[in-house]
Design a protein around this ligand. Structure first.
Ligand SMILES: Nc1ncnc2c1ncn2[C@@H]1O[C@H](COP(=O)(O)OP(=O)(O)OP(=O)(O)O)[C@@H](O)[C@H]1O
Ligand SMILES: [Mg+2]
Length: 604
């Protein structure tokens, strides 16, 4: 995240404004029209208030007209009353409009981010993204409420007041115009530095929220290793750094009003000097001059606000720019044009899976690919096990089959169709995945299981939970199926989380089942129960098991042994043992006397 936006040119700014208008503001035009009407009336009334001093002084003070004394003061009160009403209308409408615009941008940001592929999601820290969601949208909201509202209103007010000034005394008005170039210069400069500092402030907000979210997710390690001071010091540094930029932004923002006030003051002094000169030479009418001065003093406020708004909108525009960058992010893995569902015409997915000379590396320049020329063939309904040391590339096989990432070369097919030719939705619909580290959402047990098939009935959920040997522990929870599981399932044990994940997969009822060490966190007894459940689940489904327990491997139709990204051996348990290769070594070294035998400890 660099800060090129600080020196962004005007065309860029205009395209941001145009896009804001096109995508978010235009849809609300009826209500915006009402707001603009209120705005114009408010401003015109402000001009009228200045103008009314002219007849007031002329008729009441100079001509001593008593009837006018009865008419004009109530008129002033009436004007102020109506102006209060239109002012309210304008503020209420514009504020609710910008809240709606912010909500719309947040919806778009979320939709676009959640659709990104896993590689892109991994590249940004979640904390930074959250900061963008909250901090940048706040900047944009301020710019919208104060910017759109203020800009229109103050500009119209200024024009109305300038009209009064020119009408009353064009020569004096011309002097006031002298104040505009220096105001523009000062505010332009302030806007630029404000934009720079608030961009940096935003980046630091991202870093801060990143360390906050890390400290919270790592709380157990922080406590166990006495790292509280270390964490506090890190956070402290980031908070100070952020403060540094925010304070500079505060100074730039705060300088806008006093500097325009100063320039305005100089212009006022000049006006008085010139008016005094005219008066000495008998050309000045006091009623006109009073009205002029009233208009000029009233005009100070819009000029002041406009210069402030300029700086605020600079900040808002650079925030909008960052928001649009989030919205425009495109997933690298998408349905290709003309992609069809995996099952055409309602046919059933059988689930035959093949990998043909597939290679893949996570980083484009990596010298050792995660998967290297892998060929695997799994007939529909068969069980296959992947074994091998840690880092061999087993989980990567799943990532590629699910199209979380795209292979660099080779072909992956399901039922003979290249997975790149089918829609992502139909592909993933036909697969149920149970991961190494099952993730639960901070919802109830029942809701977490139902994620396998949204809309599933309570009966279906219970059947799935029983099949996953989870029913007994769930009913023992305080609220049974309605108990919350805590953040990421933190109120449950590892084995309980795993059984809920298995129940979720059972409910999904997909033709292809991927188990990534799905029973690693279970004790012997629950593992036995879950194994039975899994055996039931696997029946008739294509299953790929990343296994570390021998029982699963023994029953597999075929075992693929992986090492450093390659398939080094394949065959049944008996064949592989007879061969005396890596599998036999893993088996003899570490597994032979274990009960239940485990391949996990074969990891070097
Ligand atoms: N998201 C990622 N980004 C970059 N490299 C990765 C990523 N995930 C895995 N790798 C690398 O790819 C290689 C294969 O990893 P993989 O997760 O497939 O191993 P594995 O066989 O499942 O190991 P384990 O038994 O420990 O789970 C490893 O060298 C790993 O460092
Ligand atoms: Mg793995």
């Amino acid at each position: 995240m660099k800060a090129p936006t600080a020196t962004r040119n005007r065309t860029g700014d205009w395209s941001i404004v145009r896009r804001l208008f096109r995508d978010y503001i235009r849809g609300q035009w009826p209500i915006l029209a009402v707001a603009v009407l209120c705005m114009v009336v408010t401003s015109a009334l402000t001009g009228a208030l200045a103008w009314v001093l002219d007849p007031l002084i002329h008729f009441v003070f100079i001509e001593k007209n008593a009837r006018m004394l009865l008419i004009l003061p109530p008129c002033v009160a009436g004007l102020i009353g109506v102006r209060a009403f239109t002012q309210f209308g304008q503020d209420a409408i514009l504020n609710s409009m910008s809240e709606r615009i912010i909500a719309a941008t947040q919806r778009d940001m979320f939709k676009s981010q959640i659709r990104l592929d896993i590689g892109a999601l991994n590249s940004v820290h979640s904390g930074e993204l959250i900061a963008k969601f909250l901090y940048d949208t706040t900047l944009l909201r301020t710019a919208l409420t104060r910017g759109v509202a203020g800009f229109g209103k103050e500009l119209v007010t200024l024009i109305a007041l300038a009209g009064v000034m020119i009408y009353q005394d064009w020569q004096l008005a011309a002097i006031s115009v002298l104040l505009l170039p220096p105001v523009a210069w000062v505010t332009g400069n302030l806007g630029r530095s404000l934009r720079k500092f608030s961009t940096r402030g935003m980046e630091e907000t991202g870093v801060l929220s990143k360390s906050l979210s890390e400290a919270l997710s790592g709380r157990r390690i922080i406590k166990a290793y006495n790292l509280e001071d270390h964490a506090a010091k890190l956070a402290d540094g980031r908070i100070s750094e952020r403060l540094r930029y925010l304070l500079r932004a505060v100074r730039a923002r705060a300088a806008a009003v006093p500097s325009t006030d100063f320039i305005g003051g100089v212009a006022a002094a000049l006006t008085f000097a010139f008016a005094g000169y005219q008066s000495l030479h008998g050309q000045l009418e006091i009623n006109k001059f009073t009205s002029f001065i009233a208009a000029m003093l009233l005009a100070q406020q819009p000029v002041r606000t406009l210069s402030q708004l300029w700086t605020i909108s600079s900040e808002g525009l650079s925030a909008a720019n960052r928001i649009f960058a989030v919205i425009d992010a495109k997933p690298a893995i998408e349905d290709k044009p003309g992609a069809r569902p995996l099952t055409s015409a309602g046919a059933h997915v059988h689930g035959a899976v093949t990998f043909e000379n597939v290679s893949f590396a996570y980083a484009s320049g990596a010298d050792s690919p995660a998967i290297n020329d892998v060929t695997i063939e799994i007939p529909a309904g068969k069980q296959v096990a992947l074994v091998g040391p840690s880092g061999a590339g087993k989980t990567t096989i799943f990532n590629l089959l699910l199209r979380f990432y795209e292979q660099k070369s080779g072909t992956i097919t399901i039922d003979g169709t290249d997975t790149r030719d089918v829609t992502l939705q139909s592909l993933r619909d036909s697969i149920a995945l149970v991961t190494q580290d099952p993730f639960l959402f901070d919802e109830t047990v029942a809701e977490n299981i139902a994620l396998g098939r949204p809309g599933a009935s309570r009966e279906d959920i219970e059947v799935a939970a029983r099949a996953a040997a989870a029913h007994d522990f769930i009913t023992a929870l305080p609220l049974g199926y309605d108990s919350g599981v805590g953040e990421a399932g933190s109120k449950l044990s590892g084995g309980q989380r795993q059984r809920i994940a298995i129940a979720r997969a059972m409910l999904r009822n997909a033709p292809i089942l991927l188990l990534d060490e799905a029973t690693s966190a279970l004790d012997t007894e629950s593992e036995r129960q879950v194994q039975e459940a899994l055996a039931r689940l696997m029946r008739g489904r294509t299953t790929i098991v990343i296994a570390h327990r021998l029982s699963t491997v023994l029953n597999a139709d075929r075992i693929y042994v992986m090492d450093r990204g390659r398939v080094v051996e394949a065959g049944t348990h008996g064949e592989l043992l007879a061969k005396g290769g890596l599998y036999a070594r893993l088996y003899q070294h570490d597994l032979v006397d274990e009960d239940p035998p485990s391949l996990e400890s074969a990891t070097p």
